[in-house]
Design a protein around this ligand. Sequence first.
Ligand code: PHE
Length: 371
Amino acid sequence: FDGASITRDDVVREGDPTNNVPDTIFSKLGMQLHRRDNHPIGILRNAIYEYFDATYPGKFVKFDDLSPIVSVKENFDDVLVPADHVSRSYNDTYYVDAQTVLRCHTSAHQTELLKRGHCYFLVTGDVYRRDSIDSTHYPVFHQMEGVRVFSPDEWVNSGLDGTSYAAMDLKQSLEGLAKSLFGDVDMRWIDTYFPFTNPSFELEIYFQEKWMEVLGCGVTEQEILRRNGRSGSVAWAFGLGLERLAMVLFEIPDIRLFWSNDQRFTSQFSERKLGAKFQPFSKYPPCYKDMSFWISDSFTENNLCEVVREIAGDLVEEVRLIDNFTNKGMTSHCYRIAYRSMERSLTDEEINQLQGHVREVVQNKLRVTLR
Ligand code: PHE
């Protein structure tokens, strides 16, 4: 797969109700930040590779060029995501057509690689999710998936059953990874649910005065192993968010910076080393604009954020619901939009023009009534 070979026609179908890929998303396909050795995402990928190569010499096979355009079957069905799971909705996922999506996680490649017979693999790639807007959320980000399959002889003498053995090995491996990347950092395990693992866990790291989720993982559901010719074995899997980890590691305050071509950003990572801390170039002032409207039944925050992003691009820093009330069966929302460039000061005129355009398109596309 060569990212540059994806054309607009491959993913954007204007007027087709089974397609919801906007141009801003098309423009990100094929950027492949994770394959750039002097970009924070690529540097982090390489550091994680090094950890796994040192811990399991010669074992992990690495994939970083699998196409982000995958079938609904690969992205959801094959990893046991239930038919009615929210992640399948058009509100959460980018659909190319009714059977094809932009992968929303690198888990979309698990079954294909298990089927091919791999027992240790890492898959790195760009993943796509419709979401709200703030400093840690962006509709494209990067994940690394890791899978390890054990055969019975690996755990039979441990005194543990296969599942407990895999869970123990998984937590040890990922704690080791976190220590190798961060040294001392506060972290905690949270029990959670994923359709494809049981038990399932999340690892959180303390950053910017908050616990931030950086990875999901667990012991692979037996059904997945069975369907892919691995009955009798156990496996673990993890999926980690590279931007989240890189933000902590390099002290990068805003997720939009990963997409910046500003030399003041890119030049800071030319050394290709982990140790660098990002030196923020001066922070430009934000500009806040509030917008109130009566919503319709079909209104969603993700749709609003996409409209704002389509118009303002990376000038939008946050979209936040600041007021919400219902009167005589009508619901009003007030959203505060923060505009801020990472690279320069914005003029009042420019912001007013953007906001005017946002109001117009929000009214027309989202069927709300501005107040
Ligand atoms: N695919 C999950 C996500 O994107 C992460 C995950 C991967 C969880 C593998 C468990 C096992 O959130």
